[in-house]
Design a binder for this molecule. Structure first.
Ligand code: SF4
Ligand code: SF4
Length: 441
């Protein structure tokens, strides 16, 4: 299987176009404050005018390409990895080199890995764990299904799709399976699916990491290994087990399968007849069809945190390919139809008693929780501190709870609240829906 993952050299014409204007400093909606608030977690922690923000990263890319900078400088290497790859900068940048800022940062990291320097030491353990165990959490295969034990005990076991056919594969993801706090997410998802009477199965111990973390860290070889294995599994499941829909509750897995996997030359062939959706998509469609009805009331005031991976990571920038609209390579428009901005909010608002109040930085301007891009593993204290900033923003809204749709954000925001002494709790949307959904009648 061939993969078309661009090298730093191939992105050169894009990062030279950064004018260091600094527009990527703030989240703004082309209106007055209060919407203009910092958007870059790295800039917020280490100083935007330093070299940690996107304009600094673009300068780094130029320095590496012309030989001025090398990864043998530990401070330089660390700065390359001090970025959550949240794409907040890219959403603000109005220069015509979209959609390339996170791509440049990841290509810079691929260059660091290729030269034997990257990723950071703690992140190397994560990649080694993927090689040993097919997950980044150093968890043996049997631990992957621990979250399913209560289902067996309750005599409602979840179907193993390797043994029995089902039209829906619930792709759990490593964070939901191995992280004790985030296990609430697959548990709630499976309970919802059972209440709705859906015919679904899981890969269980045979599930392999989606590769998102490896890709964000610049380890293209490891990404390609697991992504190829997954595409082959999906094809086999379609042909032999009747799978036509893959549902995941993990924002990282969703982004990887939906976007990173399209870099495979065989993507269309391998995924023919298979639809990939986030649980939010799936449940929203059922809501529209009148098949999802909430009976119980939940008198909560909540605020919604948009994960980067189900939000702006999925937007599509329209670029003038041949100069017929503006000039060749110019960014001319944005398509946000695949970004999950409205659907989770509409699901929340459909729950009797729930009041949704918004933070300043939402949707494409969402402030990253701080856990992405390998930061939670490589720089855990900073990840939790940044989550504390987001929790404080939620506290400004008078919300009693935060809601999100990503096990990574779920874990990190709860960790940030704990470490900053806040009483704010973050729930996954599936947990909330599970609370108000009646038992299977
Ligand atoms: S990345 Fe874009 S917005 Fe940021 S400094 Fe460069 S040109 Fe300006
Ligand atoms: S991807 Fe996020 S953390 Fe990295 S430079 Fe851009 S805004 Fe900052």
């Amino acid at each position: 299987m061939n993969w078309n993952i661009p090298s730093l050299k191939e992105l050169e014409k894009h990062f030279w176009r950064c004018t260091a204007c600094g527009t990527c400093r703030s989240a703004y909606d082309y209106g007055p404050p209060p919407n203009a608030r910092p958007i870059c977690p790295a800039g917020t922690e280490f100083g935007f005018e330093g070299y940690y923000s996107s304009k600094g990263k673009a300068a780094y890319a130029r320095g590496v390409m012309d030989g001025t900078l090398d990864f043998d400088d530990p401070e330089f290497l660390e700065a390359v990895y001090k970025c959550t790859v949240c794409a907040g900068c890219q959403n603000q940048c109005q220069v015509d080199f979209k959609p390339h800022i996170p791509e440049v940062i990841e290509a810079l990291r691929r260059e660091a890995v290729a030269r034997g320097a990257g990723p950071m030491p703690l992140q190397k353990n994560l990649v080694q764990s993927m090689k040993n165990y097919n997950n980044p959490y150093q968890g043996p295969r049997r631990v992957r299904t621990e979250w399913t034990r209560p289902f067996k005990k309750a005599k409602t076991p979840i179907k193993n799709i390797n043994k029995k056919s089902a039209p829906i594969l619930f792709y759990v993801g490593c964070t939901g399976a191995f992280n004790q706090v985030a296990r609430a997410v697959p548990t709630a998802t499976a309970q919802i699916f059972q209440k709705l009477g859906l015919d679904f199965g899981i890969l269980g111990e045979n599930e392999v990491c989606c590769g998102s973390t490896a890709m964000r860290l610049g380890d293209a070889a490891e990404f390609k290994r697991v992504a190829t294995a997954n595409l082959e599994t999906f094809r086999n499941l379609h042909e032999e087990r009747g799978v036509n829909t893959i549902v995941t509750s993990c924002a990282g897995c969703y982004r990887a399968i939906k976007k990173d996997y399209t870099l495979s030359s065989d993507f269309d062939k391998m995924m023919a007849g298979i639809k990939v959706v986030h649980t939010v998509d799936y449940l929203y469609d059922l809501l529209q069809e009148g098949k999802l009805q909430f009976e119980k009331e939940l008198p909560w005031t909540v605020t919604y945190h948009d994960p980067c991976h189900t939000g702006r990571h999925l937007n599509k920038f329209k670029v003038d390919k041949d100069g017929s609209e503006l000039w060749e390579g110019a960014y001319v428009d944005i398509d946000e139809s695949e970004c999950l901005y409205d659907k989770p909010r509409k699901l929340l608002q459909a729950i009797p008693g729930v009041e949704l109040v918004e933070m300043d930085r939402i949707r494409a301007n969402s402030y990253c929780c701080g856990g992405g891009g390998g930061v939670m593993t490589g720089f855990g204290d900073w990840a939790a501190k940044n989550a504390g900033i987001r929790v404080a923003e939620a506290m400004e809204t008078r919300a009693e709870k935060m809601v999100t749709t990503c096990p990574f954000c779920h874990y990190n925001l709860n960790e940030g609240a704990k470490r900053s002494g806040s009483s704010m709790a973050t729930h996954d949307l599936t947990e909330i829906i599970n609370m108000v959904l009646p038992e299977k009648g």
